[in-house]
Design a protein. Structure first.
Length: 237
């Protein structure tokens, strides 16, 4: 296989090979369920306000990828209204009063199409941007994400979203096993548990980047501006 030209991006545990082509942004589960009161994250007993801290950085990356005409894929965790794609182990786990499928303040908990399942307004996708519904924690399990990535020639993934140690880490491990070069953006991913976020960042980049690399929003924005050409705006922008 011919080697693709890359540029070293400052990252841990060593510079990330930013490719000339084949880069995409993956935004994991920035949906109201996890970020606003009354959703699944809240029902699990978490302080959902903690996750708002990354919205501006994810937004800055989303706008940059649009500017350079690089693909953006968003995911939402959710289930079909009949819950046929929700294993009973997932529905029954835990002690919270509100379970998946129950009516909550933002509609049925973690059900596709319900108000709580929508992506937060700040990060709403534009027409044509792909949103992948996923029934599991990983974005590759029972979805067509890999099909989209292969079709668009994606080899390198910039990964953002929530929560760091659950859906983000699971997705990064799935992607890593499939051969994608993954960069996790430290200040564009968040957890309800600061110590879990810290541990996740450390474990993915340990052992020579066993799962991939980590870097920061500003570093990536600067590198994108240097190495990618801004594209003319689409008429709907
Ligand atoms: N509970 C928790 O931290 N996360 C999830 O259930 N899903 C995602 O991480 N998206």
């Amino acid at each position: 296989m011919p080697t693709m030209p890359t540029t070293p991006l400052p990252a841990q545990p060593y510079p990330y090979p930013l490719p000339a082509t084949g880069l995409a942004l993956l935004i994991i589960d920035m949906q109201r369920d996890f970020i606003e009161p009354g959703g699944f994250g809240d029902a699990l007993g978490n302080d959902v306000s903690l996750l708002r801290a990354i919205i501006s950085n994810v937004k800055a990356l989303q706008e940059a990828f649009r500017r350079y005409n690089l693909p953006i894929f968003q995911t939402v965790e959710g289930h079909l209204p009949d819950l046929s794609d929700c294993p009973s182990s997932k529905r029954d786990r835990g002690t919270s009063a509100l379970k998946i499928g129950d009516p909550g303040p933002m509609g049925r908990i973690l059900v596709l199409g319900e108000p709580g399942n929508g992506i937060i307004p700040e990060l709403a996708p534009l027409p044509g941007e792909v949103v992948i519904p996923k029934p599991g924690k990983g974005a590759f399990f029972a979805t067509d994400l890999e099909h989209h990535l292969i079709k668009q020639g994606i080899t390198h993934l910039v990964i953002t979203g929530v929560t760091t140690e659950v859906c983000v880490q699971t997705t990064m491990r799935e992607a890593n096993d499939r051969g994608y070069e993954c960069l996790l953006v430290e200040d564009a991913t968040e957890s309800y548990f600061p110590e879990f976020k810290r541990a996740t960042l450390e474990m993915v980049r340990a052992q020579g980047g066993i799962v991939g690399w980590t870097s920061c929003t500003e570093t990536l924005l600067q590198a994108l501006a240097q190495h990618y050409a801004a594209q003319p705006l689409e008429p709907y922008l």
